[in-house]
Ligand binder design. Structure first.
Ligand code: ADP
Length: 597
């Protein structure tokens, strides 16, 4: 142009001739070609892009005809699948180079999903796309060398101007990296699971080992305290006897201190024994008929002596609607009450201790025991942990009160075993209220065991002939010493064999057999005596079993063997004499009624 810019033109040139056909000039007709040039360039560019896209090695493009036969197999497909385009074009369908199991599975799944039968072949790969549904899925291609390549495949139906399907385009991207990452994640998860599992096992083992160790400790404590208890009883018994002799005031004070400390020690040992038995799972509670009223009244009477000494008033209230007899373990209920009453008295300087037994106002099937004191009280934050073993509210170095901190822990465990519970309400400096419950299991009152050991006003002075079978010499001496000064006559033998022989030779009112003896134990001796009595048609002698364990299984065994009474060691003087007094009274009464009738 005049301004120097350029433009493309299409030029048509014609030679101009005269009549003689001589060229006389040229005609140049030019048309502006800019638009066409631009269009051509754009076309070229788009074509280049398309072919670049299509021949990218990063994804496989496979185009098929409507039947699925491969028509285009791009460079990416060649790279990914190892086939040259000419090896597959016009020969096979994409289904032929796919994992047959996946194709079959896909056909099945689609048949269900779309509720129409779909053949396990190429149809399965393109069915959704053929219905105009966008379809992208994972598929494993099989390479020419047989190896597998996981791919994500996107399928499109190709249509002509009349909207008829003329083929399909399958674009696939290599999914190996993602698959591998997924695989790694799975295996990692598995490894972690395994690790967790191993840890748990390890933990389980550690727990088991700890439990076993704890059990061993409990067993050890149990047998230790049992072993200590036996000689301790002898020490106590002897000091009791010594106190009955004439002593000067200093001697008496020393001996009383000794006796008092000995009793305290026995208490501690009994607590440890009890607790270790509970921990070792070796304590069971009984189910026998007892009178809850009687238990409350008895224990209150027992503890009144202690309260009186401190100048503390005690009152007991038993509601009138308390059943006469219930099933349960009266000795354990007694133990709990004595512990609570003992604490109430111990931690009260002045004021009173009240005991009550009612039916729980909110729970008609439950007995509610309360021990209320006006003592030092317990700080709010200690209310829960005083039920833990070896825990005391004043655990400082300046401890003012003795005790093991086991009583409440034992009470709680025993109540758990009996289906009850225990709790406390308290105000520091005001006093405490300990409550516990027991389920009411009604028993028939007539089933209450007739107590031989009733304290009685008109004591008989009858002399009893007593046979004691006991292998431990110290216990023999103690027993003998307890009976000194009573009208009773005592014969002692060392084992069951001698006991049976002696019973067959002599008349006795009472036979006391230790359960554990060498040569022949107490049960066997009792059975043999009962058998002999039956054979001879004799009136059975009263047999008392003596044992170190207050276990129901032993009580049961002794009953089955034919024993009338069961006494647990330690036997102190008043307990023994009380029992013998009861027996003497019974015999007296029987003799009287015999004389009357
Ligand atoms: P122990 O009395 O042998 O120490 P317990 O388990 O019976 O053990 O009691 C644990 C602690 O609970 C006691 O040491 C005491 O601190 C507190 N405690 C129990 N009963 C009372 C009470 N009636 N008044 C105040 N404190 C109490």
């Amino acid at each position: 142009r005049k301004d120097g810019s350029r433009f493309p033109a299409v030029v048509s040139v014609t030679a101009l001739r005269d009549a003689q056909d001589e060229i006389i000039g040229y005609l140049l007709i030019g048309t502006d070609n800019t638009a066409r040039k631009e269009a051509e360039e754009a076309l070229l560019k788009a074509g280049a892009l398309q072919s670049a896209i299509f021949n990218s090695a990063n994804f496989s493009s496979i185009a098929t005809d409507a039947k699925g036969v491969i028509q285009i197999f791009n460079v990416g497909a060649e790279c990914m699948l190892g086939y040259a385009a000419i090896e597959v074009m016009n020969k096979i369908t994409p289904a032929d180079i796919s994992d047959p199991q996946e194709v079959t599975a896909r056909a099945k799944a689609l048949s269900v999903e779309l509720d129409t039968p779909i053949a396990p072949g190429f149809e399965a790969l393109v069915f959704k796309a053929s219905r105009g549904i966008e379809d992208i899925y994972e598929l494993t291609y099989i390479r020419k060398d047989g190896s597998r390549v996981p791919a994500v495949v996107s399928v499109t139906a190709l249509r002509n101007n009349q909207d008829n399907i003329i083929g399909y385009l399958l674009i696939g991207t290599d999914n190996t990296a993602r698959k591998e990452a997924e695989e790694a994640l799975f295996t990692e998860r598995k490894r972690l699971d395994q690790l967790m599992q191993d840890k748990n096992a390890q933990l389980e083992n550690a727990k088991l080992a700890a439990e076993t160790a704890n059990l061993a400790k409990s067993e050890f404590l149990s047998s230790m305290s049992h072993e200590i208890r036996t000689p301790m009883n002898v020490v106590l018994g002897m000091s009791e006897l010594l106190l009955e002799t004439s002593l000067n005031p200093t001697q008496r004070r020393f001996l009383e201190t000794m006796h008092h400390s000995g009793k305290a020690m026995l208490g501690v040992i009994s607590d440890v024994l009890d607790f270790s038995r509970i921990e070792a799972g070796r304590i069971s509670v009984d189910e026998r008929p007892f009178s809850p009223r009687q238990v409350v009244v008895d224990t209150t009477h027992l503890m009144e002596v202690v309260a009186e000494k401190k100048g503390i008033a005690m009152e007991v209230l038993v509601a009138s609607d308390i059943p006469e007899a219930v099933f349960g373990d009266d000795s354990r209920v007694r133990q709990i009450l004595i512990n609570l009453l003992g604490n109430a008295i111990k931690f009260t300087k002045e004021g009173r201790v009240d005991v009550s037994l009612t039916v729980h106002p909110q729970e008609p099937g439950t007995l509610l025991f309360k021990v209320i004191d006006t003592g030092i009280g317990i700080a709010q934050e200690r209310l829960v942990d005083i039920f833990e073993r070896f825990t005391q509210a004043d655990s400082g170095i300046t401890r003012n009160y003795g005790g093991t901190g086991l009583g409440l822990a034992i009470s709680q465990r025993l109540l758990e075993l009996m289906g009850g519970r225990i709790w406390v309400e308290s105000q520091l400096g005001q006093g405490s209220q300990f409550c516990f419950t027991l389920p009411i299991k009604i028993a028939v009152a007539s089933e209450l065991q007739i107590k031989l050991v009733e304290p009685t006003t008109e004591a008989s002075t009858r002399s009893l002939r007593i046979l004691l079978a006991e292998d431990v010499e110290e216990n023999q001496i103690l027993f003998d010493a307890f009976l000194a000064g009573t009208p009773h006559y005592l014969v002692m033998v060392d084992d069951g064999v001698e006991a049976v022989a002696r019973v067959q030779k002599e008349m006795f009112d009472v036979v006391v057999v230790d359960i554990q003896m060498p040569r022949m134990d107490g049960y066997t001796a009792t059975r043999q005596i009962r058998q002999w009595e039956r054979e001879m048609g004799l009136v059975p002698v009263l047999i008392i079993a003596l044992s170190a364990h207050a276990m129901e299984t032993e009580v049961q065994c002794s009953r089955e063997a034919g024993c009338d009474l069961y006494l647990t060691k330690p036997i102190n003087k008043s307990k023994l004499l009380g029992v013998l007094q009861g027996i003497a009274n019974q015999i007296e009464m029987a003799a009287h009624s015999g004389a009357d009738g």
